[in-house]
Design a protein. Structure first.
Length: 321
């Protein structure tokens, strides 16, 4: 493997590639045929990394094809890349410039190639993401129904039909996800452990299974940083700034926040922990984030040990995590 970095800027229709330090550029269509051509072009360089920035769904096919071909493709945070470009004095922004910036970013910043998830994970993830989309649509329609209280009966009936349709689609997706879990011994075992934790229900468990496959493999600090629940210092000289969380996997973080809200109501250990933080003057959201981090650390420890949560003996102390 040579010390060549390739950056690929992605948009809906095209892929702009830049090989560094050779400075070779090439544009490909963001289609199956264009992606095949990209794979052949990249393979000829035998690069150290092929760097993409996260662009929602548009980079998934190209990244998947490169990984399947054994090429070291990585996806990095788009905001970090933009900040890097500004830090190097690159203020102009075009697709070809961005491809070069991505290659430079890969040369300077350490990245990790993650293996292509197995098909069952990809299918599970798609179902989970689609359910989230439908839930947001359902919430919007409920707001429309509330606002249409004075509308004509025909309008209200139309909204009610759409609400019923969305609810049925969500139920169908949940049933399909339940079948996937039941048919996979790995999913089933992990799901049982996760749902044994007070506050973590089916939806949070599914989110952790598909969006945090590393859970149970790392130590508490690394898993908290990966999710974005580890507070970062903001100190300068004698000034001690307020620590904030940032980055990480937003879907997992949101799910754990929701679990924390349930845990402080129904889990005595988490309730006491939350009350102690509030008594020390912590803001509500800060305390809830701390509970979410405790739940994450506990889930990581239980999955690593392959044991269910036992309310009387388990805790989130360092000995167990």
């Amino acid at each position: 493997m040579s010390h060549i970095l390739i950056g690929v800027d992605v948009c809906k229709d095209v892929l702009d590639a830049h090989a560094r330090p050779a400075g070779v550029r090439q544009r490909f269509d963001n289609t199956p045929e264009g992606i095949d051509q990209l794979v052949v072009w990249v393979r000829a360089f035998a690069p150290e990394r092929v760097v993409f920035e996260s662009t929602g769904p548009y980079q998934k096919a190209a990244v998947g094809a490169l990984l399947a071909a054994g090429l070291p493709a990585v996806v990095v945070n788009a905001r970090q890349v933009r900040d890097f470009a500004k830090g190097t004095g690159q203020l102009a922004k075009t697709d070809t410039i961005d491809a070069g910036v991505l290659a430079h970013f890969g040369e300077v910043v350490a990245t990790v190639v993650r293996p292509l998830p197995p098909p069952e994970i990809l299918e599970f993830r798609d179902l989970c993401d689609r359910r989230g989309q439908l839930v947001r649509m359902l919430a919007a329609e409920k707001n429309h129904r509330h606002a249409a209280a004075a509308a004509t009966p025909r309008v209200r009936k139309n909204i009610d039909r759409h609400l019923a349709y969305l609810q049925q689609q969500i139920e169908d997706l949940e049933n399909r996800m339940d079948r996937l879990v039941a048919e996979s011994e790995t999913f089933k075992a992990k799901d049982q452990i996760l749902q044994s934790i007070v506050g973590i229900g089916p939806q949070v468990s599914r989110t952790l299974l598909v969006h945090l496959p590393e859970l149970g493999q790392g130590h508490r600090q690394s898993i908290a940083a990966l999710v974005g629940l580890a507070p970062f210092a903001d100190d300068s000289g004698a000034t001690k700034g307020i620590r904030h969380i940032r980055g990480g996997r937003a879907k997992v973080r949101i799910a754990l926040y929701q679990a924390a809200v349930a845990a402080i109501r129904y889990c005595p250990v988490m309730k006491a922990f939350y009350a102690g933080l509030k008594a020390r003057g912590k803001a509500t959201k800060v305390a809830l984030i701390a509970v979410a981090r405790k739940l994450l650390v506990l889930a990581n420890a239980l999955l690593r040990n392959g044991s269910l949560y036992q309310p009387r003996t388990n805790s989130v102390s360092p000995q167990n995590a």
